[in-house]
Write a protein that binds this ligand. Structure first.
Ligand SMILES: [Zn+2]
Length: 242
């Protein structure tokens, strides 16, 4: 049933995206999108619709069919405010250009980035601001293939920096939860740890943020986990079970 719902939302979102991408200038030959997220549009979208919109954007990214945007116009249109539809917690990895991966424009999404997409108080505060104050409908934790931060934690890397050690210690619960020999050269094992880390982060966000938990229980937002494949650019959803 939920799968059907998501499929329907995806179809509507693609129709919406096509309509959106056809919004053009008056002369008709420059098909550039100038519009940005409005409060009305943001509030009209359900969490499932936002997720479907991001998935549709990733499909365009995979096909090299990014929406053509009038960026200066979008910059101008967002000068006085923003109404992002989602907040995405991603790794800092340069190979995961979040807005491009989901084909989003200026003002469309909040992006929090920290090595290994780990959650901490500042990240939680940022997520709470996004959903509680700015009206975003979706929280996504995005891990990725061959994550160097997670790999370094598996390897127990010690560079003599307490900051790095503190960061890498964040991934220990995911490592402990993952079956198999602690071996970062094993790509399947490393992928399992990265995915476990996404699940741990999603769970931590729910358990450590009263605001997020309450809003999700009320159906106002969703918290989801996803995994980005470096080899082809595809975003894989990691299941939405609470
Ligand atoms: Zn990474």
């Amino acid at each position: 049933m939920r799968r059907l719902k998501i499929t329907l939302v995806l179809v509507f979102s693609m129709i919406f995206a096509v309509g959106y991408s056809k919004t053009t200038g008056e002369n008709g030959d420059k098909k550039l999108v100038r519009e940005v997220m409005t409060k009305e549009l943001q509030q009209s979208m359900t969490p499932d619709a936002v997720l479907a919109d991001l998935i549709a954007g990733n499909e365009r990214y995979l096909k090299n069919e990014l929406i053509r945007r009038d960026l200066p116009a979008q910059v101008k249109a967002t000068t006085t405010g923003q109404n992002p539809k989602a907040v995405i917690l991603s790794c800092i990895d340069s190979r995961v250009p979040v807005e491009m991966v989901f084909d989003q424009g200026v003002g469309d999404v909040f992006v929090a980035r920290v090595a290994g997409n780990a959650e901490n108080e500042d990240v939680l505060g940022s997520i709470e601001y996004a959903v509680g104050v700015a009206g975003s409908k979706l929280v996504m934790v995005l891990g990725h293939e061959a994550c160097g931060a997670v790999k370094s934690a598996v390897d127990k890397l010690d560079v003599g920096s307490e900051n790095v050690t503190h960061l890498l210690n964040q991934f220990e619960p995911a490592i402990q939860q993952t079956a198999g020999e602690r071996d970062s050269k094993n790509k399947a094992y490393l992928a399992s740890v990265v995915k476990a880390n996404v699940h741990v982060t999603v769970d931590d966000i729910r358990s450590r943020s009263r605001i997020v938990k309450q809003m999700e229980d009320d159906g106002k937002i969703s918290v989801v986990g996803a995994y980005y494949s470096l080899k082809d650019g595809k975003v894989h959803m990691l299941g939405q079970d609470k």
